[in-house]
Design a protein around this ligand. Structure first.
Ligand code: NDP
Length: 226
């Protein structure tokens, strides 16, 4: 099978990110991926170029971009995220854990994308972030899981600051909802497997190539309200 293109996935050691990497590799994409703590088992990483990266460390992000050199990526997916305190109650949360949540889910992904944006191909490039329907007042009017949801709302707004630069590079900006997915974060009750979510995410990344603009869509292609 001919080489399909180059994709970079940030936050791919497990869950949805790992499933995306595996599916792209199976479709003969040239895959670069990052892990924070542990690189996945050998069978999972074959054919992919793995780099260690904690997105919340700006120096590490700069060093990672330098390692990538002059490469250009057709697709960049910033997928990493955390859930924050499991109780999701503001009053019971420590400032440190709130700061870590907003840093990890909102500030670091966009800072990382700012550093990586020069590596986005200027031929139909897509820069995408894994967000959630929970981030939206329209989709989540009762503020379920409010702390996590607020961090993803912040991600969406900060993502918009990249729209001008992405447009100047003739690229497309995507804010993605992966579905409710069986992962360490999503839990066992979730209806979707990581593989099903990944297949949908990959379809969306390909579908939106060359269209321009900033869109909020789910893994099945539905447009979501901000
Ligand atoms: P997991 O908890 O299974 O995996 C999270 C991934 O993010 C891991 O690879 C983790 O690395 C990485 N990560 C966390 N913090 C950092 C960091 N500071 N730097 C780099 N990598 C980091 O989550 P999911 O696969 O379920 O979720 C993936 C994305 O999808 C997240 O953004 C999540 O918010 C979002 N999402 C998930 C839903 C679900 O139902 N599962 C629903 C809606 C959105 P490490 O292994 O080192 O911890």
């Amino acid at each position: 099978m001919a080489q399909q293109g180059k994709v970079l996935v940030v936050g791919a050691s497990r869950g949805i990110g790992l499933a995306v990497v595996q599916a792209f590799s199976a479709q003969n994409w040239d895959v670069t991926a990052t892990y924070r703590s542990e690189i996945p088992a050998a069978g999972h990483v074959a054919k992919s170029d793995w780099h260690r990266l904690d997105m919340t460390q700006p120096q590490a992000v700069n060093a990672f971009a330098a390692q990538l050199g002059e490469q250009r990526f057709d697709l960049i997916l910033i997928n990493a995220g955390i859930f924050g305190p499991s109780h999701q109650k503001l009053a019971q949360s420590e400032d440190d854990e709130l700061a870590q949540l907003f840093l990890t889910n909102a500030v670091a992904p966009v800072r990382t994308a700012e550093v990586l944006l020069p590596l986005l191909s200027d031929e139909k490039g897509v820069l995408a972030f894994t967000s959630s329907t929970l981030s939206s007042l329209n989709e989540n009017p009762d503020a379920e899981m409010p702390i996590y949801s607020a961090s993803k709302a912040a991600l969406n707004m900060l993502t918009r600051t990249l729209a001008g630069e992405v447009e100047a590079q003739r690229g497309t900006l995507l804010t993605l909802h992966p579905g409710w997915v069986k992962t360490d974060m999503g839990g066992e009750s979730a209806p979707l497997t990581a593989e099903e979510s990944a297949a949908g995410i990959i379809q969306q990344l390909n579908t939106w190539r060359g269209r321009g603009g900033h869109h909020f869509v789910d893994y099945a292609g539905h447009t979501l309200q901000w």
